[in-house]
Design a protein around this ligand. Structure first.
Ligand code: ADP
Ligand code: MG
Length: 269
């Protein structure tokens, strides 16, 4: 596998060679059934720091199930998940979150009546056990840190507006800022650009790639829009009926016959 750290200009002081490095995420032989439905069947893959890994596949392929196993919402029937070398299989979501795993949701998860700035401040406050401060007064805490993140995601001009009146694309950016406030090492993004126009999708994904690279965050994301996937993913894994049928660079996946046949259809021509 190519050395992403080198190719994307990421270097960690004292980092070992690519083969010796502890992988950010290692998924090994995952199985998960719901009653008679085998949602995930023997899925294995790795993810490195700074890497943007797209998980694609038709509806019902098992993508969300994989995400929910990785973030601890579901326990797999078989197989293991390791995060930074630690076995997290069966751990509770908040303990996995504490290891530096952030996520964004398909449905936005902001407080609509609070401002953009307050929503991001909330994350800083809750991470440091100071949530009760919010109830007493509009907090002056973490204003600079929160504003810095709003700048990073490009919504700093909206800081004083309630989240409930934001345009959808801006709301997605606020959510990204909220995820970043937890200083994640690994970000799980189930359709981060859902509901956005194509231009905005490409812009947001490019931004996510830049942030991931700069902060050495590994990102696992699902996305229905193949233009977005092929333009911005470093690597792609393809699920079909719960089975991982292909993985590789965008070019490799695009040329894979089975992928073309079952999923990409005319796109890959
Ligand atoms: P994707 O995210 O790729 O669309 P999912 O992981 O949501 O796929 O679903 C995979 C399969 O598992 C589907 O057949 C779905 O109906 C089934 N499934 C997912 N979650 C549940 C659940 N909680 N209970 C029963 N079946 C489920
Ligand atoms: Mg899904």
């Amino acid at each position: 596998m190519r050395d992403l750290r080198k190719s994307r200009g990421i270097r960690k002081p004292g980092a070992k060679g690519p083969d010796e490095m502890t992988k950010l995420l290692q998924v090994d032989g995952l199985y998960k059934s719901f009653g008679g439905v085998e949602a995930v069947k023997g899925v294995s893959f790795d993810l490195e720091e700074g890497e943007l890994l797209a998980m694609i596949g038709p509806n019902g392929a098992g993508k969300s199930t994989c995400f929910n196993v990785i973030n601890g919402q579901l326990t797999p029937d078989r197989g293991s998940v390791k995060i930074l070398g630690q076995d997290t299989t069966g751990m509770k979501p908040h303990n996995i979150c504490a290891l530096g795993v952030g996520r964004t949701f398909q449905v936005t998860a902001t407080f609509p009546s609070m401002t953009v700035l307050e929503n991001v401040q909330m994350v800083f406050l809750s991470a440091r056990g100071r949530l009760s401060t919010v109830h007493r007064t509009v907090s002056r805490l973490f204003v600079e840190q929160a504003m810095d993140l709003l700048r990073v995601v490009g919504v700093e001009s909206q800081w004083a507006r309630p989240c409930g009146i934001l345009a959808y694309g801006d709301l997605k950016r606020v959510e990204l800022a909220m995820a970043l406030a937890n200083r994640p090492r690994l970000l799980l993004m189930d359709e981060p650009t859902a509901g956005m126009g194509i231009k905005e999708r490409l812009t947001l994904m490019k931004l996510i790639g830049k942030i991931a690279s700069e902060r050495a965050i590994g990102v696992l994301f699902t996305e229905h829009d193949m233009d977005v996937v092929f333009a911005h993913a470093d690597r792609i894994i393809v699920l079909n009926h719960g089975v991982l049928i292909a993985q590789g660079s965008p070019a490799e996946v695009r040329d894979n016959h089975e992928v073309r046949r079952i999923y990409l259809g005319s796109y890959a021509r």
